[in-house]
Design a binder for this molecule. Sequence first.
Ligand code: NAI
Length: 329
Amino acid sequence: MKKPVKVVVTGAAGQIGYSLLFRIGAGDMLGMDQPVDLCMLERNTESSMKAAKGVKMELDDCAFPLLNSITSTPDLKKAFKDAQIALLVGARPRTKDMNRSDLLNANAQIFIEQGRAINNYADRNIKVLVVGNPANTNAYIARKCAPDINPKNFTAMMRLDHNRSLTQLAQKTGCKVTDIEKFCVWGNHGNTMYPDITNTLIAGKKAEDLIPTDWYLDYFIPTVASRGSAIIEARGHSSAASAANAAIDHIHDWVLGTGDKWQTMAVPSNGEYGIPEGLCFGMPVTCNNGDYEVVKGLELTDFEREHILQNVKALEAERAVVDELIAKA
Ligand code: NAI
């Protein structure tokens, strides 16, 4: 049997945590031969700790063979000590009285602290996935506050947007999701995100030849971008099981590989495709040997450039706000 991998999940008593932890325990994320030391980090309040205790009791009751140990703590040092994978799900939700800058501020404090704890205590090769919103900017903050860890290891989740898109495309063309290749969602997990079919093949045929332009522009792009709100409207709560599933997919593929198959990950830009260095940006990647690589050599159309630029602007505006907060912290 392999040595256990230490996985930390923050916000473990929340909605997404409630799906995510059980999938990790079942072996869906790291494979059926990989034991896990699971650590749940929650806020240090009586209600959060009590809820986390209840989730831990249920995890115990599953008797998952791959769960080597389960701990629950509000302590950052204990949680991140030697952690090899961190899923940063816990975040401050937007309440009615908050504007965007209040939201950025509240979350900046969380991700500054967690970034520092990762820097101080985690395994040097830790892989970090930020799910908590605003995910791309929170990942940027955590990375900035962990200067001793490879910046490449701080990613944000855009896999849910990717997966949502695959189903829309499959349903429109009558194909299977597995028939779709070379698709990605560029940019920010926000309303400017750009699901791009320029290079996409569906069952070997060019997607642009199969899909009517008006459907693509007027239905597909806005539907993918507003799917989160549509779920809240229908369910009364934000996406949880599908978000957990996307987090599982993201880490699964990063660790176990995709071969030459594209997936979407939000990763720190190295200046690819004119995206300013350092922004945590959704891009097409392939994963091999526990590492990811941004797909190189794409010739961007004007339409792609324009949509990528909208996302650059959105993320640069957030970066300007949080750079000040990081400098003050
Ligand atoms: P939730 O409100 O049900 O749970 C959040 C949990 O995080 C709570 O248990 C809370 O106590 C905990 N938490 C808050 N601050 C914490 C801290 N500093 N340390 C540890 N735990 C902390 O929220 P839910 O539905 O689980 O969503 C979590 C986040 O994921 C939200 O920010 C949501 O917007 C985001 N999200 C992101 C998606 C994406 O595609 N990137 C998709 C869906 C949700």
